[in-house]
Design a protein around this ligand. Structure first.
Ligand SMILES: Cc1cc2nc3c(=O)[nH]c(=O)nc-3n(C[C@H](O)[C@H](O)[C@H](O)COP(=O)(O)OP(=O)(O)OC[C@H]3O[C@@H](n4cnc5c(N)ncnc54)[C@H](O)[C@@H]3O)c2cc1C
Length: 337
């Protein structure tokens, strides 16, 4: 017996696949249509950082980010394979006095104690002696989005169809869930815009870095996400553009900040340069909920789609399987614009 009737998910990125997995577990008859393009998930670093991004002016978004962060350990364990979930934590860092003045406002709000340079280098020996101050956040973790998508695709084997959907009217299902990232605008007319991000992947000695590092270096924001196998993801530019060009300036800025922060990175192999597009919305919060009786939207996750995958999947699956709109959804209605 199926629950929730027939459901088609348009978009096989981290959001669409997570929703489809929860629906399948709940007994729905689900199919995912994906056009085979590499979505933002392929580029994303996989920082699970509910505190760093959001400001206190966005309390509903902060609540959603924190609630999803709490669900990540269970979500990763349930996938049953190594998806690179790592709870070592994040060091947020400031290189100069000006960088510190900028970062201190966020750190004070997070109530994290300031660590001196010697304490920071005890935790992370490869840090530059120029680093002025920082904080340790044990609840800001990481996962490898490429591994997560692979694991979800395996769970959904036989239910992911390679197909580009151009019109929702051509989809034959009782419920259609649009989780097409930046492709959502063309399908629904909703205001989802691409926000370009250039990302580098370096390869060095495993263990060169222990934590995720999230830093401001001479006014420039950079993060380093070290995987266990020696890969270090360096991100990211943030540009209001839709092109896919890796630029000399983008790579230069990222490498300069990264090497200022951790000089030994100069010896690493530059293994990959990529571009992805964050699906942004006018208020930078996701669009989650019903568009009409047949169509549900789960898109516009902007900089936090990896972090928000577990809660998005639970909330949207609840809507389809039980017909229940969780109160958490209230502030993210797609019709708010
Ligand atoms: C540089 C960068 C760094 C990031 N870092 C982080 C991070 O550290 N932590 C974090 O939480 N988030 C991060 N993100 C954000 C995160 O990647 C996105 O929010 C997330 O991937 C959105 O998931 P999605 O499934 O909605 O979209 P996507 O991952 O883009 O997937 C959408 C899928 O739908 C497919 N599709 C589109 N249109 C159609 C169509 N018409 N028919 C069929 N298929 C279609 C696409 O090809 C794609 O496969 C980052 C993003 C970027 C670009």
């Amino acid at each position: 017996m199926t629950r929730g009737g027939s459901v088609a998910v348009v978009g096989g990125g981290i959001i669409g696949l997570s929703i489809a997995w929860r629906l399948q577990q709940g007994g729905a008859d689900v199919v995912v249509f994906d056009d085979g393009e590499l979505g933002a998930w392929f580029v994303a670093a996989g920082m699970l950082a509910p505190g760093g991004e959001a400001t206190h002016e966005e309390p509903h978004l902060v609540r959603l980010l924190e609630a999803s962060n709490e669900r990540w350990p269970g979500f990763a364990a349930e996938l049953g394979v190594d998806v690179g979930y790592d709870d070592t934590g994040t060091l947020s860092l400031a290189m100069t006095a000006d960088d510190l003045a900028e970062s201190a406002r966020v750190w004070t709000r997070q109530k994290l104690p300031l660590l001196r340079p010697s304490e920071l280098r005890e935790r992370e020996p490869a840090l530059s002696p120029r680093v002025r101050a920082g904080v340790y956040s044990p609840t800001e973790r990481q996962v490898d989005p490429r591994r997560v998508v692979l694991a979800l695709r395996e769970r959904l084997a036989g239910h992911v169809v390679s197909k580009r959907v151009d019109k929702l009217s051509e989809v034959d299902a009782e419920t259609v869930i649009v989780a097409a990232g930046c492709g959502t605008a063309a399908l629904t007319g909703l205001p989802v815009r691409p926000v370009k991000g250039q990302v580098l992947r370096l390869r060095g000695e495993p263990g060169l870095l222990r934590h995720v590092l999230d830093a401001t270096v001479d006014g420039r924001h950079v993060y380093l996400v070290p995987r266990k196998d020696g890969e270090i993801v360096v991100g990211a530019t943030q540009e209001e553009r839709a092109d896919r060009t890796v630029t000399a300036g983008g790579v230069h800025d990222l490498l300069r900040a990264a090497i200022e922060l951790v000089p030994d990175l100069a010896e690493c192999e530059l293994a990959e340069t990529t571009v992805g597009h964050r699906p942004g919305t006018p208020d930078n919060a996701p669009l989650l909920g019903r568009l009409d009786d047949r169509v549900i939207v789960a898109a516009g996750h902007h900089r936090n789609g990896v972090l928000l995958a577990p809660i998005t999947a639970d909330l949207i699956a609840g809507l389809v399987l039980d017909g229940v709109a969780d109160p958490l959804l209230e502030h993210f209605a797609p019709g708010r614009f």
